[in-house]
Design a protein around this ligand. Sequence first.
Ligand code: ZN
Length: 253
Amino acid sequence: MQFTDSHCHLDFIEFDSSRQQLIAACHDANIQRFIVPGITAKRWSRVLQLCQEYPCAKPCLGLHPWWIDKATPADLQRLQHYLSTEKVYAVGEIGIDGAIADIEKQSDYFAQQLEIANQFQLPVIIHHRKSHHLIRPLLKQSKPQHSGVIHAFSGNYQQAKVYLDLGFKLGIGGTISYQRAKTTRATVAKLPLESILLETDAPAMPLQGFQGEINSPLQINNVFTHLCRLRSEPAHQIAEQIENNVEQLFGFS
Ligand SMILES: [Zn+2]
């Protein structure tokens, strides 16, 4: 079985002293590929450079809602410039975080980046927190033409269904390792297998039992074990379908 960490921030300084060994350890553990979303215009060149150094890491570029307060229209132009000159696999990480300020600016930049993704025929990687109700209308208004993934999905089946109907995949990560995440676990148990991607969001979002530690893409195997416990299909079938989903969404052949 081969795996992809469909969302990890390998460019972050947390990995500066261990990156090479970590990637080697991941390959030994059959984690063959990493999708690395960019979060601010300042860091995009670092993401691109890292992915050039490690071809198993695939770059995505976007303006993350947490840092949107500092974003400017020039950043959107720079994004378009990079997308027209570099090999980039998705626009992300973009989205709306309902727990932080300035929903209006977040929504504006989110909508503009959805349009840019369509313009460059790319999928999108979407961050959500307390914001399904804010994201939904914008996805209907600027419907992503090349699909996308709801990163670190949590929510009920009805909320999931809205994204599935739009052709989206759902990124499943460490959340399902927490027994208290009852609603999300119940949703993940009945999602179509074709809609699931595995992710860690490393260095953030440690799994149950690893709280307070720096999360690592090596934990993909652990997320997979938790996923298999929630599902009725055999493990090899789950793994194979999820790799197909990754390839389909990001256009790997
Ligand atoms: Zn992220």
